[in-house]
Design a protein around this ligand. Structure first.
Ligand SMILES: Nc1ncnc2c1ncn2[C@@H]1O[C@H](COP(=O)(O)OP(=O)(O)OP(=O)(O)O)[C@@H](O)[C@H]1O
Length: 231
């Protein structure tokens, strides 16, 4: 099953009386267990596309199927549950809750998903270990570096064992050395856990790490480069 399939998807924004076309008639398949990057100039529609794939926003027309589910068929509540179960999110500004420790930030989606205490503890310990932060589990985000915060965010995104992880410019607020380490970590986690990752990025380092690169310009896909064999 494809993690994501879009057919003839269009999205416009209404800004005061101005109609802003953001995406036009997009057809896109995201393949399973691959690292896909959405790339294009500022304003080309990357975030809009990521928000549609992440079921954060709905298209004006066309069809979006995520993990076999037509997302437009779901009510708002069902969509929120669906996101929690199937999709992990990583943001450029990390979006950690400042009053919660690293451990508690990772635990948060597990509490929402009603995962039991033993299983929570097991998963969080394994994830803290995988992202190299076992020693920092009691630190608040304000006591961590940018790279360490993004590691916590990666662990949080993977905690619910989603099929799909989405990241909007995950290295934008990191220096290039830390960004490279974060990309390597995400690549490793993506392979180990056989998850599909979809990123938006301007960062050539992120593009270089991709299996599939989707080039976007003016709300249209101009090219899809699939670098390795398609399973
Ligand atoms: N909430 C909104 N209201 C009105 N117009 C919007 C809104 N969000 C995005 N747009 C417009 O839609 C188009 C696509 O924006 P989008 O944020 O998807 O681009 P992007 O490729 O992610 O850009 P960047 O790389 O700068 O983040 C742009 O013309 C933008 O100005």
């Amino acid at each position: 099953m494809l993690p994501v399939s879009l057919r003839q998807v269009s999205k416009r924004y209404q800004l005061d009386s101005i109609d802003v076309p953001a995406l036009g008639n997009i057809d896109l398949d995201i393949f399973p267990n691959r690292f896909t990057v959405l790339s294009g100039p500022s304003g080309s529609g990357k975030t809009t596309l990521l928000n549609l794939i992440g079921c954060v926003d709905l298209p004006d027309s066309g069809e979006i199927i995520v993990a076999g589910q037509k997302v437009q068929a779901l009510s708002d509540n069902a969509l929120a549950d669906f996101r929690l179960q199937h999709i992990g999110f990583i943001f450029q500004n990390f979006n950690l809750l400042p009053v919660l420790t690293a451990y508690e930030n990772i635990e948060y989606p597990l509490l929402l998903a009603k995962v039991n205490a033993n299983e929570r503890k097991k998963r969080i310990s394994a994830l803290l270990d995988a992202v190299g932060l076992s020693e920092k589990s009691k630190h608040l985000p304000g006591q961590l570096s940018g790279g360490q915060r993004q590691r916590v965010a990666i662990a949080r995104a993977l905690a619910t064992q989603p099929q799909l992880v989405l990241a909007d410019e995950p290295t934008a607020n990191l220096d290039s050395h830390t960004g490279a380490a974060i990309i390597a970590l995400m690549r490793q986690m993506q392979r180990e856990l056989a998850v599909s990752f979809v990123f938006s990025s301007h960062d050539p380092q992120v593009l270089a790490a991709a299996d599939d690169a989707v080039m976007i310009r003016d709300g249209q896909i101009t090219e899809i480069k699939r670098s390795a064999e398609v399973v």
